[in-house]
Design a binder for this molecule. Structure first.
Ligand SMILES: O=c1ccn([C@@H]2O[C@H](COP(=O)(O)OP(=O)(O)O[C@H]3O[C@H](CO)[C@@H](O)[C@H](O)[C@H]3O)[C@@H](O)[C@H]2O)c(=O)[nH]1
Ligand SMILES: [Mn+2]
Length: 734
């Protein structure tokens, strides 16, 4: 395939599988249509009893939704590309003096779920970027409004004065202290000394968090800053706090080199105004940074990630400086990569399809969706469409404004406090036409989608050495809780006035509409997965056969559809450096999500629509105990807590087991004729059983704290039995 080069700063290479993908999609579409035709025919001609109508309609709905997901998912396969920047060239082309300013936004929201020492590590890793320090600024948004976080940063600055020159002089790759000291670092000059300093800082921060009190040994100036935490200051209600911890015009490291700016921002919170979670926090930073530095490029990074390559901004500039791309370029997205996953990645936290495979598919169209973190956004893209930039209410906040005041001047600080006020956005465009968009718990996805709809493009950059690393949830409960929040957020987009099916269709090309629909409606997969997890099994137990016989030619259609989708999925995974075991775990987690977070996310979304409840951004807990970590590294599933989400999972595992053995026994007893009619259902139940092995272990074989709570096992057994009883006596008998 031909490679095209733009100013040699970057290359783009289409995938070798494009022709194959398209051909396969055409064949598979034909097969899907045949299946749907068969369902409709069966419903019209063969469904005479109430129970057969119920079964036929359920299967039709299930297969329609699967077909929808499959067909929208094909858009990612139509033109996948891989881009490669040439970071060395950027220095030759513009030199470091030509580098634009770079602002970094780091969000944190809760010092007890997001340990301040980790947030500090994130910040230090980017402050140590190989970038002209006077052009680099780091802004911390603390939605937890916590003294502990501010204290941690004060400590970090002192350590940073040693850490930054140490990294620079030794050309360290791992500039996140925690990652560096955890690696093989002894050979480097002075690393022992620096390590001791780091440990000391860490200890001070950890002691503060543990005792929920900051150390007595602080300077007068520091004490003054903490004075803002007066009586009545809570994380839900407090005035804005903004502290310029490092001003690069003033502060230097131990070698006398300027340090990057570091600004702590905790926006005002009141009970009377809605703060829009992370999107609101980012918009506050957007305004505060506009007053202080107003860099044209912004890196958004969550506090659970850190930089793994100090030269990442060079790659970004290879796209930003490319004149063929720059006029419509809204953001450059790097994948979220995770360290510390267990060998087989049991919860498929890697999210290979969402974070690595699909973005390449979108990159060949208008560009990847926004993942909220590891993303370099071009500031002006947040201010209206590419060729008609919207001016915000104050010229000072415009992306074109040139900053003249010093960042720690009184005037700047007063203005910054004002724009960080909780009422500031009232009757203004923020979150609607300007900035990160409100209205969805997945503000990243929604913002990216809106930018694409306005005509902006984005780029996916997935270098060999991951640019960022992050932490992934290490218990099943955390993992599904996170995706539950995403599910609510996605449905908020799917059924809003910005639905991809309506708004998207008119503003994006058909393929991009497919991609966004694939994500936005993905929680609805809970419907087919739930149907397939219960209906074939319950009917089998009642000796009702709902699939074609093995001797029927339609059986081959089922085989083709099942194997076709599964093998293609597996191939995608392997080609993206996956292993078979990890792929198997990914398909299992896909099924688990269908019965847990997709299902509960959909219910939660409906509850919110019906005004029975409101939805919250539940920050993922990033702290786990040692025992839990140990089990995780041994590859053992962690249940432990009695989450309502585990009920469907436990119930279906029991039903599948019963159905599989029921079917199997009957095949043995009744022989070939039975095999002919019951094979598909017995196979599905067997497939379910295979996927449920960790659940059986957790219910029956384990005694550790991570096992399935006994209460859930008992209630699920009862539920399974009731389902069988009700279906056999009432539903399938009519
Ligand atoms: O009111 C809030 C809630 C969250 N956050 C921050 O948002 C980030 C993401 O929260 P986390 O609990 O880690 O959620 P994840 O599900 O891991 O995050 C993914 O999903 C989010 C949308 O749901 C995106 O914003 C993230 O970028 C993306 O990594 C963290 O830095 C939080 O501190 C805030 O600043 N304010
Ligand atoms: Mn996170």
């Amino acid at each position: 395939m031909m490679e095209t080069t733009n100013q040699t700063l970057n290359t783009i290479k289409p995938s070798k599988f494009i022709a194959f993908n398209r051909l396969f999609a055409a064949v598979y579409t034909f097969a899907v249509l045949t299946l749907l035709y068969y369902h409709v025919l069966k419903l019209i001609t063969n469904s005479h009893t109430k129970s057969s109508i119920f079964i036929s309609i359920s299967m039709l709905i299930a297969d329609l939704l699967l077909a929808f997901t499959w067909s929208t998912g094909q858009a990612f396969r139509m033109y996948p590309v891989t881009r490669k920047p040439d970071p060395e060239k950027i220095i030759e082309t513009i030199g470091k003096s030509g580098f634009p300013d770079l602002d970094v936004f780091i969000c944190t929201a809760d010092p007890y779920k997001e340990h301040p020492i980790s947030v500090v590590n994130t910040a230090l890793s980017v402050m140590a970027y190989d970038y002209p320090t006077e052009k680099l600024s780091v802004y911390i948004s603390d939605d937890g409004g916590s003294q502990l976080t501010l204290f941690a940063f004060m400590e970090a600055v002192k350590f940073g004065k040693y850490w930054l020159p140490f990294c620079r002089e030794n050309d360290i790759m791992e500039r996140c202290p925690h990652a560096f000291f955890g690696s093989n670092c002894e050979k480097i000059h002075q690393s022992e000394k620096i390590k001791m300093m780091y440990e000391k800082m860490k200890k001070r921060v950890e002691e503060a968090v543990e005792s929920r009190k900051i150390s007595e040994h602080i300077s007068e100036k520091e004490r003054e800053a903490f004075g803002k935490w007066s009586q009545g200051f809570t994380c839900e209600e407090h005035p804005s706090v903004i502290e310029v911890l490092v001003d690069s015009n003033r502060d230097t490291d131990i070698r006398g080199v300027a340090m990057p700016n570091l600004v702590y921002v905790s926006r005002e919170k009141t009970n009377t105004s809605f703060h829009h979670f992370k999107a609101g926090a980012l918009n506050t930073l957007l305004r505060v940074s506009a007053l202080m530095t107003n860099a044209p490029i912004i890196l958004t990074i969550d506090c659970d990630m850190f930089s793994n390559d100090p030269k990442t901004p060079y790659s970004v500039l290879c796209f930003y400086m490319d004149t063929l791309l720059s006029s419509k370029l809204a953001y450059i997205q790097f994948p979220q990569s995770f360290h510390g996953l267990n060998k087989d990645d049991i919860y498929s936290s890697e999210m290979k399809r969402w974070f690595h495979i699909n973005p390449k598919g979108m990159d060949g169209l208008s560009g990847p969706d926004n993942m909220g973190t590891c993303c370099f956004i071009i500031r002006k893209a947040l201010f209206g469409p590419p060729f008609s930039i919207l001016q915000p209410e104050m010229a000072l906040l415009s992306p074109n404004h040139v900053v003249k005041n010093l960042i720690s001047s009184q005037q700047t600080l007063e203005m910054a406090l004002y724009v960080a006020g909780s009422d500031y956005e009232k009757h203004k465009n923020w979150g609607f036409e300007i900035g990160f968009r409100y209205g969805s718990l997945v503000e990243d996805f929604f913002t990216g989608y809106r930018l694409h709809s306005e005509g902006w493009k984005s780029i996916f950059c997935d270098p060999e050495r991951p640019a960022f690393y992050g932490e992934a949830p290490i218990s099943l409960h955390q993992a599904v809780n996170q995706v539950k929040r995403w599910s609510v957020g996605l449905l908020e987009v799917a059924f809003s006035k910005y639905s991809p099916l309506t708004f998207g269709m008119t503003n994006l090309g058909p393929l991009m509409t497919h991609c966004y629909s694939y994500y936005a409606f993905s929680p609805l997969l809970s419907i087919p997965i739930t149907i397939y997890a219960f209906l074939p099994q319950l009917t089998l137990l009642n000796q009702i056969y709902i699939f074609p016989k093995v001797s029927d030619p339609l059986f081959l259609l089922y085989i083709f559809l099942f194997l076709g989708a599964y093998i293609q999925d597996c191939l995608d995974f392997i080609l993206e450096k996956g292993t078979i075991t990890r792929w198997w775990n990914e398909q299992r987690i896909w099924l688990i999500r269908g019965l847990t977070c997709y299902l509960f996310g959909t219910i939660e979304y409906l509850m919110k629509q019906l005004k029975f409840s409101t939805v919250e951004f539940n920050v993922t807990n990033k702290i786990s105990d040692d025992e839990q970590s140990k089990r995780y590294y041994e590859g053992i599933f962690e249940f432990g807590v009695s989450s309502p989400m585990f009920y469907p999972l436990a119930t279906t595992s029991i039903i599948n087991l019963a159905a599989f053995f029921g079917g199997f026994l009957q095949i043995i007893m009744k022989g070939e004729k039975y095999l002919d009619s019951a094979f598909v259902q017995t196979f599905i139940a067997g497939f379910g059983v295979l996927n449920c092995i960790p659940i059986y272990e957790a219910m029956a074989l384990r005694t550790d704290n991570g096992r399935m709570p006994i209460k859930i096992t008992i209630i699920a057994s009862f539920l399974a039995w009731s389902l069988y009883f009700v279906t056999s006596n009432f539903i399938f008998k009519v």
